[in-house]
Design a protein around this ligand. Structure first.
Ligand SMILES: [Mg+2]
Length: 390
C-alpha cells in the first residue's frame, strides 16, 4: 500500500528532529517445506511460513520486519494490507509506541492472535528504519549492555528415537555448541530416560535444557522435573499447557529446576502475570509474535524489574526474527542465552545478508551481535521471490 498524496522528499541520512514519514507498507507471505520435519510432543512440523514486511519512508529508507505464522502467512499479509497499513501510512516512525497503540486499536477486545503477529512485523520494520536513520544498531537504541557476543544454545534435539537423537547430538557437538535443548514428551518414564540418555552422550561439560511443548499435567511434570534435575538439566520449558496460570504457580513452588515459558504470549500483560507470581524463572517471548520490538522490549524490562531471566524464542521463524532477537538479547539486562536453530531452513539462511544467529557464525559457543545500522541485515530479493507464496 502506498500514500496517495505526493511525499515531501528529503535526502536520507541522520534525521535530527525531522519527521520520518511512512510512505508505503508492503507485506509478503513466504513459505518452505522443511527438509527434515521438526518433531516435538505436539507432532511434526513440516511447513515453515513467515510474514515479511517492508516499510518505506518518504526519505527512501526501507525497514524490514517479520511476523510469526507457521501456516497462515497469507492471512497475516492481508491483516497488514487491510488493517494495519492504512492506519500508519503518513505517520512518523519516531512515534513507535503511539503507532503500536494505533495498530492495536484495529483489534476489538483483548489483543492477541494473528493480528498481533502481523503488528510485530510492522513494528520491527519501524525499529529497523529508526536505526538506519540514526546510523545505529537497534540494540544501541534500546540502551545497550556493551555485549559484542552472546551465549547461544542449539535448538532443539527432536522428540524421536534414540538413534536419531544420538545423531543430532553428534551434529550439534561437532558444530561447537556448548548448550543444547532437548524436546521431551509422554510418558514420564520415557522423558526421564531421554534426559539421562542425553546426559550420558554429552558428558558433564555441556549445559542441557528441556522443552515439553505442553506434554504433561502438573503431577507428571513434577515427576519429569525431578528426573531433569537428577540429570543436571538447567531449565524445563512449557512442561504444561501454556496458559494454565494456576498450574504454573503450583509447579514452580515444587519444581527442583527453573521453569521457562512465554513463547505463546502475545502481549506484555501476559508475561507480567507470570513474572509477578514468580511462576517462571525464565521468560521467552518471541519478538515476531509478541507485537515486535516495542512490546517485547517491555517484557525484557519487566523481566529485569522482577529479577527474572530472559531468552528470546526463535522456533520456526526466519532471518529477520533472528536479527531482531539478537538485538534484544544484546540489550536486555537479564538475557540468559540465545535460541540458535540448527535444522535446515532457507528462510533463516537465504533470506538475508549477512547470515546471523546461525551455527556457522559461532565461536567458542558464542554468537556475534549484529553491528550494522538498524537490524543489521538486508533482504535478499531473489530469496524473497523464490519462497513467496503465490
Ligand atoms: Mg518451546
Amino acid at each position: 500500500m502506498t500514500a496517495s498524496s505526493p511525499s515531501t522528499a528529503t535526502p536520507a541520512g541522520p534525521h535530527a528532529d525531522r519527521p520520518i514519514v511512512i510512505k508505503a507498507v508492503r507485506a509478503y507471505a513466504l513459505g518452505v517445506r522443511l527438509a527434515v520435519p521438526q518433531k516435538s510432543s505436539k507432532g511434526a512440523h513440516q511447513i515453515s511460513e513467515i510474514l515479511v514486511v517492508e516499510v518505506e519512508t518518504s526519505d527512501g529508507i526501507v525497514g524490514l520486519g517479520e511476523g510469526f505464522c507457521r501456516i497462515s502467512a497469507k492471512l497475516h499479509a492481508a491483516f497488514v494490507d487491510q488493517l494495519l497499513a492504512p492506519r500508519i501510512i503518513g505517520r512518523d516512525v519516531r512515534d513507535r509506541r503511539a503507532l503500536w497503540k494505533i495498530m492495536r486499536a484495529s483489534i476489538s477486545g483483548q489483543p492477541g492472535g494473528q493480528i498481533v503477529e502481523a503488528m510485530a512485523a510492522v513494528d520491527m520494520a519501524l525499529w529497523d528504519i529508526a536505526g538506519h536513520a540514526a546510523g545505529q544498531p537497534v540494540h544501541r537504541l534500546l540502551g545497550g549492555m556493551g555485549r559484542t557476543e552472546l551465549n547461544a544454545y542449539a535448538s532443539s534435539v527432536m522428540w524421536a528415537d534414540d538413534r536419531s537423537v544420538e545423531e543430532e547430538i553428534g551434529l550439534v557437538l561437532d558444530a561447537g555448541y556448548k548448550e543444547i535443548k532437548v524436546k521431551l514428551g509422554r510418558p514420564v518414564e520415557d522423558a526421564v530416560a531421554r534426559a539421562h540418555f542425553v546426559r550420558r552422550l554429552v558428558g558433564d561439560g555441556i549445559k542441557l535444557y528441556a522443552d515439553a511443548n505442553w506434554a504433561f499435567d502438573v503431577d507428571d511434570a513434577l515427576r519429569v522435573a525431578h528426573g531433569l534435575a537428577d540429570a543436571g538439566f538447567l531449565f524445563f520449558e512449557e512442561p504444561i499447557v501454556a496458559h494454565d496460570r494456576e498450574g504454573y504457580r503450583m509447579l514452580s513452588r515444587r519444581s527442583p529446576i527453573r521453569l521457562a515459558a512465554g513463547e505463546a504470549d502475545y502481549v506484555a500483560s501476559e508475561a507480567l502475570a507470570k513474572l509477578t507470581d514468580r511462576s517462571v524463572g525464565l521468560i521467552q517471548p518471541d519478538v515476531a509474535r509478541s507485537g515486535g520490538i516495542t512490546e517485547t522490549w517491555r517484557i525484557c524490562e519487566l523481566a529485569a524489574a522482577h529479577h527474572t531471566a530472559f531468552a528470546p524464542h526463535m522456533g520456526l521463524s526466519g532471518a529477520i526474527c533472528a536479527a531482531a532477537s539478537l538485538h534484544l538479547a544484546a540489550a536486555a539486562e537479564t538475557f540468559l542465552t540465545y535460541e540458535s536453530m540448527y535444522y535446515e531452513n532457507p528462510l533463516r539462511t537465504e533470506l538475508c545478508d549477512p547470515v546471523v544467529g546461525e551455527r556457522q557464525r559461532m565461536k567458542d559457543g558464542k554468537l556475534p551481535v549484529p553491528t550494522g545500522p538498524g537490524l543489521g541485515v538486508t533482504l535478499n530479493r531473489k530469496a524473497l521471490e523464490k519462497y513467496r507464496i503465490a
